[in-house]
Design a protein around this ligand. Structure first.
Ligand code: PAF
Length: 309
């Protein structure tokens, strides 16, 4: 695997790939790779001949300078993991390559997709930073397919919208959330969970599971499901920034879970802000059901299927 830092080098390398008739997948990352990223690289290998992993901690999407400063970085480790996972090329540009002097353009998806949930708490500017850098990466790499994780459910909706609205010639694939054995969603930020905060971080996945259990027990009223999720978080003494049941396409709040519904949560645990989500499907849950003592949200999947855990 080669590591490239300049856009011109990247374009030259990928022009050769294209001339050879080979297809290209892009896995955009901010580094400090974990199992979630590696599963995206594995999925990318199934979708295209060559896999480009981008590694760029994008200052434009951080709303807090302290979060940007504390964001874990280890390029040598990332390069080793990406190579092992089968990536062909690592694109790791310095900030001046992505945002050279004089840079003034921003790409924005407007409206509820960027203003609700994460947008309401972090500010829509977070997503404007994401869409700007993703547009640049898609222009630089011109991949056939780009892969993103379901853990950032709202981000995937925003990126789908961006690609549709700007007629970008790329297919967007969303891969399931990868979890630790105990249910915690994998995130580069997890390494910053010190002491008891690692245990308290389970509040998020347990909240999702509590709602799933309540749904399986026959409750479809959103307020009741949210109350069950909230109670699970209280057990860990973790206050949600938001805990919301919304339409998975447009993020509008729902009153009843009578079709697929996104349950999304964000919370600060110690110094670390975490997010998680699951898609509640009344059909699946009424058919399968949860029993007391079932394990938490399954490792490796987002939509839980207790029969197969
Ligand atoms: O999901 C992320 O890691 C980032 O938001 C992304 C898509 C790499 C853009 O910086």
């Amino acid at each position: 695997m080669r590591t490239l830092r300049a856009v011109a080098e990247l374009r030259a390398a990928l022009a050769q790939t294209r001339r050879a008739g080979r297809t290209i997948a892009l896995v955009p990352t901010m580094g400090f790779l974990h199992e979630g990223h590696l599963s995206l690289i594995a999925a990318a290998r199934d979708q295209a001949d060559e896999v480009v992993v981008s590694l760029f901690v994008n200052p434009a999407q951080f709303d807090e300078a302290s979060d940007l400063d504390a964001y874990p970085r280890d390029e040598a480790r990332d390069a080793g993991l990406a190579a092992q996972a089968g990536a062909h090329l690592l694109f790791a540009p310095p900030v001046q390559e992505m945002y050279p002097a004089g840079f003034t353009t921003q790409v924005r998806v407007q409206g509820p997709l960027t203003e609700e949930l994460e947008g309401a708490h972090r500010g829509a500017a977070h997503f404007h930073g994401v869409t700007t850098v993703v547009t640049k990466l898609l222009n630089m790499v011109a991949p056939d397919v780009a892969l993103f994780g379901q853990k950032d459910a709202q981000q995937t909706l925003v990126i789908q919208r961006l690609v549709t609205d700007l007629d970008l010639p790329v297919r967007i694939e969303v891969a399931p959330t990868i979890r630790e054995e105990d249910g915690l969603a994998r995130s580069s930020r997890n390494v910053r969970l010190g002491g008891d905060d690692r245990r308290r971080a389970l509040a998020l996945s347990r909240a999702l599971r509590a709602a799933e259990q309540a749904l399986a027990a026959g409750t479809s009223d959103a307020a009741t499901l949210l109350a069950a999720a909230r109670a699970a978080m209280d057990d860990f003494d973790v206050e949600p920034e938001y805990l919301a049941l919304v339409d998975p396409e447009d993020l509008r709040p729902v009153a009843t879970v009578d079709q697929e519904t996104l349950l999304a949560v964000a919370a600060r645990v110690g110094q670390v802000r975490l997010i998680d989500n699951t898609v509640l499907s009344p059909e699946l849950h009424h058919r399968r059901g949860y029993a007391d003592g079932d394990p938490p949200l399954a490792a490796g999947v987002n939509r839980t299927d207790p029969q197969e855990v």
